[in-house]
Design a protein around this ligand. Structure first.
Ligand code: ADP
Ligand code: ASP
Ligand code: MG
Length: 422
């Protein structure tokens, strides 16, 4: 049986018809290598941003269902165009959207998780020698409702397809030459990594390195799918391989630095200090499908017997979070303010090399202090330290941390396309 390779091309890679012709050539090359090929594509260029903007012009709070109906159209355009471009070069190709294949998701709008992918149609078409082009980012529920997986979610569509088809590899083609020690648009001397483990990549992606959708790495790790991130434009460079293992001995404590500018901080003041209150608060947020990231609870004040609970959420969930908290006020007995700050950024350092190596956190805090940057919240995992800082300080913090942990290289990274305004 032939090996199956899943390839994914992001928005910049299919931004116009010339680029689509170029993608068709890359796809055909993989077919010519003797492999079966399934291609996943995103919407062309900044199409999704443009669709979001049109929706917001019409309604301050559009319904999740109609947003998904709208945003899923972007990928519909690119699959048909890419299939045509492949056919025009003399190869058999067919495009499918999520509904035609059966990319089944939970019944949640705007950030649905994939629960199952039907493979019969895919296998049948591959056995007929066809190249299959699939719409990324979208799914369908049991009831036939269209869903989307969250911004940047085409990466997850590709890895999930690779897992379902037991593919040899999932190649993510994008506008940079791989995964770098930090965003090469922010630090042009960032170094490209030849390989990185699922664990480190997962932490980096969650920390804001949007080169990969975090759930794509989660899925790759769960199903052991080898992933490669590489350039659509420089095919001689094999990019970065993401795989199961860390190197035996890791010499650098930090593998990468990332900033997440899309979070908001909420402080719920004067929360009654008694058992069950935090549970009620966060259970309610979870029921609304709001993911909470950093959490800090202050010491209880003796006189009032209350404390403050601060946490961060994705900016996209901010309005829903405020509504949920306001509705909870009476139930929990909240009498204090609910303060919101969306002028913050989470800056993180990630590396398996920091395990059992003292001094990494203190170096991070000292470096930020030397730059005059105030730390507002701190959270850690075994291989990550994150600090919440003011948004205006984020770039300065990333550059200083990248330098102090010796991640710079001499070569300036080549970056195509302009930054999507997500
Ligand atoms: P695509 O449209 O191909 O999915 P994205 O814009 O989602 O592309 O992701 C690629 C971008 O991710 C790069 O242009 C780069 O600016 C950004 N990026 C952020 N952190 C990193 C990193 N550590 N390594 C490489 N790219 C990064
Ligand atoms: N087109 C979607 C977005 O812009 C999905 C993706 O690009 O992965 O978020
Ligand atoms: Mg992306």
């Amino acid at each position: 049986m032939k090996k199956i390779i899943v390839q994914k091309f992001g928005g910049t890679s299919v931004a116009d018809t010339d680029k689509i012709k170029n993608v068709a050539k890359t796809v055909i090359k993989e077919k010519e290598n003797g492999n079966d090929v399934v291609v996943v594509v995103s919407a062309m260029g900044h199409t999704t941003d443009y669709l979001v903007k049109m929706a917001k012009d019409l309604s301050p709070n559009p319904s999740g269902r109609e947003m998904d109906m709208l945003l899923s159209t972007g990928e519909g355009v690119s699959i048909a165009l890419l299939a045509m471009a492949i056919q025009a070069q003399g190869y058999d190709a067919v495009s499918f959207n999520a509904m035609q294949i059966g990319i089944m998701t939970e019944n949640v709008h705007s950030k649905a998780r994939i629960v199952d992918i039907k493979t019969d149609k895919l296998r049948k078409n591959l056995s007929e020698g066809k190249i299959i082009v699939v719409a990324g980012f979208q799914g369908v529920t049991e009831d036939g409702e269209i869903t989307t997986l969250g911004r940047g979610g085409s990466d997850t569509s590709a890895v999930a397809l690779a897992a379902a088809l037991n593919a040899e590899r999932c190649d993510i083609y994008t506008d940079v030459e791989g995964v770098y020690t930090t965003d090469p648009r922010v630090v042009p001397t960032a170094s490209r990594l030849d390989e990185i483990s699922y664990e480190e990549m997962l932490e980096l992606a969650h920390a804001g390195a949007n080169v990969l959708h975090p759930r794509s790495v989660e899925t790759a790790k769960q199903f052991n799918v080898p992933m490669r991130v590489r350039s659509s434009f420089k095919l001689d460079n094999l990019g970065t391989l993401i795989l199961g293992v860390n190197k035996m001995e890791i010499y650098k404590p930090v593998a990468g630095v990332a900033a997440d500018l899309s979070q908001a901080r909420i402080v719920v003041c004067d929360v009654p200090d008694k058992p069950g209150v935090a549970a009620k608060l966060f259970t309610k947020l979870a029921k609304e499908n709001i993911s909470v990231d950093m959490i800090i609870q202050s010491y209880a004040r003796k006189v009032s017997n209350t404390n403050d609970i601060a946490f961060t959420v994705d900016m996209a969930d901010l309005a829903k979070t405020e509504t949920t908290l306001n509705a909870l006020k009476e139930e929990i007995g909240l009498t204090g303010d609910i303060q919101v700050n969306n002028n913050i950024a989470k800056v993180s350092i990630v590396g398996a090399g920091m395990i059992d190596r003292p001094g990494v956190a203190s170096t991070m805090f000292e470096t930020l202090a030397q730059q005059g940057i105030n730390i507002r919240m701190i959270s850690t995992s075994e291989i990550k330290i994150s600090c919440l800082v003011d948004k205006d300080d984020a770039q300065k913090a990333v550059k200083a941390l990248h330098e102090v942990f010796e991640l710079d290289c001499d070569v300036v990274a080549e970056v195509k396309g302009d930054l999507p305004n997500v």
